[in-house]
Design a protein around this ligand. Structure first.
Ligand code: KIV
Ligand code: ZN
Length: 515
C-alpha cells in the first residue's frame, strides 16, 4: 500500500531569511496562496516573535489560507510559543514548530547549557505548545552533527512530552546521503516510541546534497520533507521541494509514496516565487530551469520528435509547461526546422522547400546564435535578403527625466526611407515612455513581458546590453540592444523587436497576395 509523503514548505520562513530584504505581507500572502494552490500540506509562514512584521503577516496568512495547515516557528522560550499561537489563532488548524540545538557545538558554544538542561527546555516547551494545539513539531537543530545517542535520547523524550512530528535537520548541510540515511535508520531502530511521531527531515544545501540527503532519508522511513520551492534558503539554500516531489512521482516504482501536490502548478509557483523574491532560477536548474525541458542537439531533437520518451523522463505538461521546446541553433537538424514550420501551419513542399530553408537557416543561426520560430517564417518567405534589413532605424533621441518619475523623450526614427519624430512626457517612468513614443511612431502595439539589463565592464568602457521579450498578437518576440548608454540600449532592444514584427507583417502581406 502506498503511504503519504507530507510536504512541508518553509519558503516563507527559511527561504525568506535568505533574502536581501524581508517581504511585505502582501507578497507573503501571494506566495502562500500559490503554495496552497500547489497542494502543500504544511506552510511554515514565519517566526512570529522575531518581528512585528512577521507577527502581522502570520496573522494575515492564518486568516486567509484554508486548505493547507499553517505553521509558525518558535524557540524553546515560552514567549515565542505564546506569540506563535496568538498569531495563528484564527487559522483553521495550525502547528507550532519548536527548535533547539542538540549538537555538542550548539549546546556548548551557542546555548551554553548542559545536555540535561536542553532536554528540560525541550520538554517544558513541547508541553507549553500542546496547550494551544495537538500538532507540535520538535526540531533537533544541527541533528546532522549531533551525537547519535544524544539524538535518540532527546527524540524519545520529545515524543513522550507530546511532539507529534520530529524533525531531523542537517542545519549546516554537512552530511552525505549514506550517513544521513543511517541516522534515520538508527532512530527507527533505537527509539522505542518512534512510531508515535512522523519523522521529518530538513536539509541544507551547503555541499549541494540537500535533495540527495532528503531522498536517502525517505528511503530510511522519513515521511515528511521540509524545503522550499526553487531551493531558496539560508546560505546555499534548502532542499528544492519540486525536485523531491518529481523524484517521488517519476520513480514511484522505487518509493511507492504519494503526495497531495497538484503537479500542474509547479512551474507557475516556482515563477511566482522567483519573481517576488527576486531570485532568478538558473536555466539548468532541475525541473523548473528554462532549459530543463528544451532539447538542443540535432540528434536529441530528432529523437524527441520521433518519441518523446527517448530524451524526456518527465512530460513538461505535467508541471504546467508547454510540450516540447526545441532550441533552434546551428546545432539543430532538419527535423526541428520542419517541426516549427508545421507548428506554424506550413507544409513542406507546398509552402516551402526544407533543404533550401535549412541551408539559409544554418547560415542565419551561425550569425545570430538563437533563432526563433518567426525567424524561420521570415527566412522561408524572404530568404536571406531580408535578414539584415532594418525597416526601423534609430536616428536620434533626447531624454529628460527627474525624481518625480516624469520623463520626457523624443525619438527620431527612420521608417523605411521616411524620418519620423515623436515626443512624449509621462509620469510612468522611462520604460513606459520609450514604449509609448515607439508605439506612436510605428503603430505596433506590443506588451513588454521581460526586460533584462546586463552590464559588461572592461577597462575601456561599460557596455549595457538589454534583452527584452514582448508579446504581439499572442506571439513572443525577442530583442537585444547594446550600447554604452542604458537608454539607448533599451530603445534599440525594442526597435530590434519592432523590426522582427514588421518582417512578419510583410510575410502576412505576401501570403494574402498568394491566396
Ligand atoms: O536549519 C535548521 O535547522 C532550521 C530549523 C529551525 C529547523 O531551519
Ligand atoms: Zn533551516
Amino acid at each position: 500500500m502506498t503511504q503519504q509523503l507530507i510536504i512541508f514548505d518553509t519558503t516563507l520562513r527559511d527561504g525568506e531569511q535568505s533574502l536581501q530584504a524581508s517581504l511585505s505581507t502582501k507578497k507573503k500572502l501571494k506566495i502562500a496562496f500559490a503554495l496552497e494552490r500547489l497542494g502543500i500540506d504544511i506552510i511554515e509562514v514565519g517566526f512570529p516573535v522575531s518581528s512585528p512584521g512577521d507577527f502581522s503577516s502570520t496573522c494575515t496568512i492564518a486568516r486567509n489560507i484554508k486548505n493547507s495547515k499553517i505553521c509558525g516557528l518558535a524557540r524553546c522560550v515560552y514567549r515565542d510559543i505564546d506569540v506563535a499561537a496568538e498569531a495563528m489563532k484564527s487559522a483553521e488548524s495550525f502547528r507550532i514548530h519548536i527548535f533547539l540545538g542538540t549538537s555538542y557545538l550548539h549546546v556548548a558554544s551557542k546555548l551554553r547549557k548542559t545536555f540535561n538542561e536542553i532536554i528540560e527546555m525541550a520538554v517544558c516547551s513541547i508541553k507549553r505548545a500542546r496547550k494551544y494545539t495537538d500538532d507540535v513539531e520538535f526540531s533537533c537543530e544541527d541533528a546532522g552533527r549531533t551525537n547519535l545517542d544524544n539524538l535518540c535520547r532527546i527524540v524519545e523524550i520529545a515524543i513522550n512530552a507530546g511532539a507529534t512530528t520530529i524533525n531531523i535537520p542537517d542545519t549546516v548541510g554537512y552530511t552525505i546521503p549514506s550517513q544521513f540515511q543511517s541516522i534515520i535508520f538508527s532512530l527507527y531502530k533505537k527509539v522505542p516510541n518512534i512510531d508515535k511521531a512522523i519523522i521529518s527531515v530538513h536539509c541544507h544545501n551547503d555541499l549541494g546534497m540537500a535533495v540527495a540527503n532528503s531522498i536517502s532519508a525517505i528511503q530510511a522511513g522519513a515521511r515528511q520533507i521540509e524545503g522550499t520551492i526553487n531551493g531558496i534558503g539560508e546560505r546555499a539554500g534548502n532542499t528544492a521541494l519540486e525536485e523531491v516531489i518529481m523524484a517521488i512521482k517519476v520513480r514511484k516504482d522505487i518509493f511507492q509514496l504519494y503526495t497531495n501536490i497538484k503537479y500542474k502548478e509547479i512551474f507557475r509557483t516556482s515563477k511566482i516565487i522567483s519573481e517576488i523574491c527576486n531570485m532568478p532560477i538558473p536555466s539548468n536548474k532541475a525541473i523548473v530551469g528554462s532549459n530543463a525541458f528544451s532539447h538542443s542537439s540535432g540528434i536529441h531533437q530528432d529523437g524527441v520528435l520521433k518519441n518523446r520518451k527517448n530524451y524526456e523522463i518527465i512530460v513538461p505538461e505535467t508541471i504546467g509547461l508547454k510540450p516540447i521546446t526545441l532550441n533552434l541553433t546551428s546545432r539543430s537538424g532538419r527535423a526541428a526546422v520542419k517541426h516549427y514550420m508545421s507548428e506554424m501551419g506550413y507544409k513542406e513542399n507546398v509552402d516551402y522547400n526544407l533543404n533550401d530553408l535549412y541551408s539559409t537557416f544554418l547560415k542565419f543561426a551561425d550569425k545570430k546564435g538563437q533563432v526563433f520560430d518567426y525567424d524561420l517564417e521570415i527566412l522561408a518567405f524572404f530568404n536571406s535578403e531580408i535578414d539584415s534589413f532594418e525597416y526601423f532605424k534609430l536616428k536620434d533621441f533626447n531624454v529628460k527625466s527627474n525624481l518625480d518619475g516624469i520623463s520626457c523623450l523624443l525619438i527620431k526614427l527612420m521608417c523605411g526611407s521616411q524620418l519620423r519624430t515623436e515626443m512624449e512626457t509621462t509620469k510612468k517612468g522611462l520604460m513606459y515612455t520609450i514604449h509609448k513614443v515607439l508605439n506612436k511612431i510605428t503603430s505596433i502595439n506590443i506588451i513588454i513581458k521581460n526586460f533584462h539589463i546586463l552590464v559588461e565592464e572592461n577597462n575601456l568602457s561599460t557596455v549595457v546590453k538589454v534583452n527584452v521579450e514582448v508579446r504581439y498578437n499572442n506571439r513572443s518576440f525577442y530583442g537585444v540592444g547594446t550600447s554604452l548608454d542604458i537608454i539607448e540600449s533599451s530603445i534599440r532592444a525594442i526597435i530590434y523587436v519592432l523590426n522582427s514584427i514588421w518582417k512578419i507583417q510583410q510575410v502576412n502581406i505576401k501570403l494574402k497576395q498568394h491566396l
